[in-house]
Design a binder for this molecule. Structure first.
Ligand code: ZN
Length: 198
């Protein structure tokens, strides 16, 4: 079942989501929510979806970055963004730690801020401790685009959207992003949007 994706302005996107108990994680209702969220993420061609985005204020997100999602990007751009295949998985009650103080700035979008993108600086490496859908502890070490996805999704679970962290002058609509920036190096966009003007 494809779920409704709540859009910016919905209060559920701005609340801190609550942690799930082991009993809840193992429930049939949770299995069904995960399945529906997987279908909804794939239908929307996203690489991540957090439960608050479908109206559920709980600390759960699904993530998947497959080669089909990379088809519109040249190989050198995929490499620049550190974009790699990430199999489908679930993160529950995640605690994120920044592993490197270095950050990378790329265009980012969100299924709950539909139709827009902006340059967002994110740490280049993170460590996430969380539970999986069986309630077992998982430690994820991630770099590049996967690290960005993890930061974006854990932000959702704390009521934060990328618009809180973006370079606001780089906020563009989807057509402009797809026509002008989707396949171009980040440094071109940084030069165009982030150069100080007098
Ligand atoms: Zn999002």
């Amino acid at each position: 079942m494809i779920l409704k994706i709540f859009q910016a302005g919905a209060p559920v996107l701005r609340q801190k989501a609550r942690p799930l108990t082991t009993e809840e994680i193992k429930s049939a209702a949770m299995r069904q929510l995960i399945e529906f969220m997987r279908e909804t993420m794939r239908d929307a061609r996203g690489v991540g979806l957090a439960a608050p985005q479908v109206g559920e204020p709980v600390q759960l997100a699904v993530i998947e970055d497959t080669p089909e999602r990379h088809q519109t990007l040249p190989r050198e751009i995929l490499a620049e963004r550190g974009r790699t295949t990430v199999p489908f998985h679930v993160i529950i009650n995640p605690v994120i730690k920044i592993e490197e103080s270095a950050s990378a700035t790329f265009f980012e979008g969100c299924l709950s801020v539909n139709g827009y993108a902006a340059l967002v600086p994110r740490a280049t490496a993170v460590r996430v401790e969380c539970l999986d859908e069986r309630g077992e502890t998982r430690v994820i070490k991630a770099r590049g685009w996967y690290a960005r996805i993890l930061q974006h999704e854990t932000d959702h679970l704390h009521g934060t959207l990328y618009v809180d962290k973006m370079h606001s002058r780089s906020f563009v609509n989807r057509d402009t992003y797809m026509n002008e920036w989707h396949t171009r190096p980040a440094e071109d966009a940084e030069r165009a949007f982030l150069t100080e003007i007098d």
